[in-house]
Design a protein around this ligand. Structure first.
Ligand code: SAM
Length: 309
């Protein structure tokens, strides 16, 4: 088992149609696993690697050094993709890949505070976002916390957990560490350390919710997809891999709307010139059983792809 394996690589290369060559953009460079596969698969491919996390850019740059000037890098949030590429003189691309979420490097670095496997400061920032998870937990109102935990964590006990957070910070002082938050959630849920809800730890949903809120993960996704559709050349490809249903729903709906185009109010038909893409995955692709066994992180992956018309 190797936690650093990129997810659904064969499917990604196939749907990006990498063999044609051209300029590809990996907007979630991470450790550079997918980028490396793209550059290896086609000697005619060039690549721009984008990440909001400067540490990821450093590590990936080392991994991809041997590809020389076929690779360039940009430090940016992908909701600013268009200006980031314009800064490199790029306004048309052959393909864009987004492998959403956190990287194994981010999860496995204790002081980044993403994981309750380590007791560490409650940080969770992927990039240079201003508020840490601790700021959010200690400053947000009870209502805001409840909404975050319910909407981004799909956690049934959001109200009780939000109330317990506010009471704990009033009575016992600020909640500063992943361990403090994990124990609080376990206390509210009446679970003992090590208890699991099906396959997930009782604190998983609360941690996911805070991570999404701190990094504003859903807010920029739709804008990114719209910008990408504008950037793709004819027959250019978009591949998005998501890891939870909230992201996948945004991807699915945005692609569906761009494929359908604007409907004429009189005839009820779509204006064909407003149909921008063809969706290549009627249902999201899932990793094979063999891949999940090899790389458990791929378990919840859903891949959707589209082609610019
Ligand atoms: C799942 S990892 C990508 C792993 C990569 N495909 C590989 O093979 O190594 C996701 C990466 O995307 C970055 N990321 C997440 N949201 C981002 C955003 N809005 N803009 C730019 N980078 C983002 C994270 O910092 C993280 O490094």
């Amino acid at each position: 088992m190797d936690a650093h394996l990129p997810v659904m690589v064969a499917e990604t290369l196939d749907l990006l149609a990498v063999g044609r060559g051209g300029l590809f953009v990996d907007v979630t460079l991470g450790l550079g696993g997918h980028s490396e596969a793209i550059l290896e698969a086609s000697p005619h491919a060039r690549l721009v690697g984008v990440d909001r996390d400067p540490r990821a850019l450093e590590l990936a740059a080392r991994r991809l050094e041997r590809f020389g000037d076929r690779v360039r890098f940009a430090h940016a949030n992908f909701h600013q993709l268009e200006p980031a590429l314009a800064g490199l003189g790029i306004d048309r691309v052959a393909g864009v890949l987004a492998d959403l979420g956190v990287s194994s490097m981010q999860l496995d670095t204790p002081e980044r505070g993403f994981s309750f496997r380590f007791d560490a400061p409650l940080d969770m920032r992927m990039g240079l976002a201003e508020r840490t998870a601790a700021d959010l937990v200690n400053e947000a109102s009870e209502g805001e916390l409840e909404m975050i935990i319910r909407d981004f964590g799909e956690e049934m006990q959001a109200r009780r957990i939000a109330r317990a957070i506010v009471r704990a910070r009033q009575e016992e002082g600020p909640i500063e560490t992943t361990g403090q938050l994990k124990r609080l959630v376990e206390r509210v849920k009446g679970s003992r350390p090590g208890d699991r809800e099906g396959r997930v730890d009782p604190a998983t949903r609360v941690f996911q919710a805070l991570r999404i809120a701190v990094n504003e993960e859903l807010a920029g996704l739709e804008g990114f997809l719209d910008q990408t559709i504008d950037l793709l050349e004819a027959d250019g490809r978009l591949v998005v891999i998501s890891y939870h249903s909230l992201e996948d729903r945004i991807v699915k709906n945005t692609l569906r709307d761009a494929a359908r185009g604007e409907i004429d109010r009189v005839t009820g038909r779509a204006h064909s010139e407003t149909q921008l893409i063809e969706v290549l995955t009627r249902k999201p692709l899932r990793p094979t059983e063999a891949e999940v066994e090899r790389n458990p992180r791929s378990r919840s992956a859903r891949l959707r792809a589209a082609r610019r018309i």
